[in-house]
Design a protein around this ligand. Structure first.
Ligand code: GRG
Length: 296
């Protein structure tokens, strides 16, 4: 199976939906053009769209009656907000993201901060409005996404990452906590939210959650390898930052070859969860495998 055609179709669906579901300036009642421009600037800069693709392909396993598109875009809004805030001078202070100047470089720091805030809020606007006809589903989606983005997960992982960076000697357990939350929480939520839209049973939801957790760790390990081995032009973001910051990563702890082996082990664990799901799992299985050899 060549997944590239289907992957490109899903990405095209996501790009169209972002354009349709994220507000643009529509007169003064909708607020200043600058905030909408900044939100759309960061969202429409490209990116792999992995999280929305996970939502759509997870939902498709269960042949859903309602559309998974708003849930997919909600995930991408939260993910993009986290990138915008991560790039700010008070965090990573980065100039390049998705091949373009970061939001605070293109606009200014306050605008980037507000655009991130508005993207975070927009995610919940999408869930509350587009799933209002199915209130149980709306509540389940809001609960899942809010938990994944919370102070215990995405934000907590980021906080711990900043704390660990200051002392430069994070343990393997601390590293796992950081990445299970900073990285894996969003991937886990993507697969689970797809399952929720498809009314998956509790066993399938547990398998999706577990697959997302393993894929999240594999994704982060490969991210560390790419930071150490790829160039900024290919990545569309600054390469080599971890070593420069003296940051503890899977590569600094284990070396590149062992890090790749660990990513393979996490992917294998994810594959066994995916294989126990119903429906046409081949696309997700191949996508999970392809992530091991991604170059950006
Ligand atoms: C500021 C609350 C807050 C969180 C920031 C996303 C993040 C957490 C930090 C960015 C740095 C980093 C290495 C995060 C790990 C997750 C990760 C690899 C994000 C980048 O995701 P990709 O590669 O990005 O899917 P694209 O641009 O392709 O969507």
């Amino acid at each position: 199976m060549d997944i590239s055609i289907k992957l490109n179709q899903l990405i095209a669906q996501v790009e169209t939906a972002i354009d349709q579901l994220v507000p643009r300036y529509a007169g003064e009642d909708a607020g200043p053009a600058r905030i909408h421009d900044a939100m759309r600037y960061s969202l429409q800069a490209g990116g792999k769209r992995l999280r929305p693709v996970f939502v759509l392909s997870s939902a498709a396993l269960f042949r859903p009656i309602v559309s998974a598109i708003p849930a997919a875009i909600a995930l991408e809004c939260i993910h993009t907000y986290s990138l915008v805030h991560d790039d700010l001078p008070c965090m990573d202070n980065d100039d390049l993201r998705r091949g373009r100047p970061t939001a605070h470089r293109q606009f200014d720091e306050a605008t980037a901060l507000l655009a991130g805030d508005a993207l975070l809020t927009q995610a919940f606007v999408l869930l509350a409005t587009h799933y209002s006809a199915t209130p149980r589903l709306a509540t389940a989606l809001v609960a899942e996404l809010a938990d994944a983005a919370s102070g215990s997960r995405l934000v907590g992982g980021q906080m711990q990452d900043l704390l660990a960076e200051k002392k430069n000697n994070a343990s393997a357990a601390e590293l796992d906590y950081i990445h299970l939350n900073k990285t894996a929480a969003m991937l886990e939520a993507s697969l689970v939210m797809g399952g929720l839209v498809g009314e998956a049973d509790s066993t399938s939801l547990a398998n999706l959650r577990s697959a997302g957790r393993h894929l999240g760790l594999a994704f982060q390990i490969i991210d560390d390898v790419l930071d150490a081995t790829a160039d900024s032009a290919t990545l569309g973001k600054t390469a080599g930052k971890d070593a420069k910051a003296g940051k503890t990563t899977y590569v600094s702890l284990h070396g590149i070859a062992t890090a790749r082996q660990l990513a393979q082990e996490q992917t294998d664990a994810a594959l066994s969860c995916l294989r126990s799901l119903p429906g046409e799992t081949e696309f997700l299985i191949q996508l999970a495998q392809a992530l091991l050899t991604r170059v950006k």
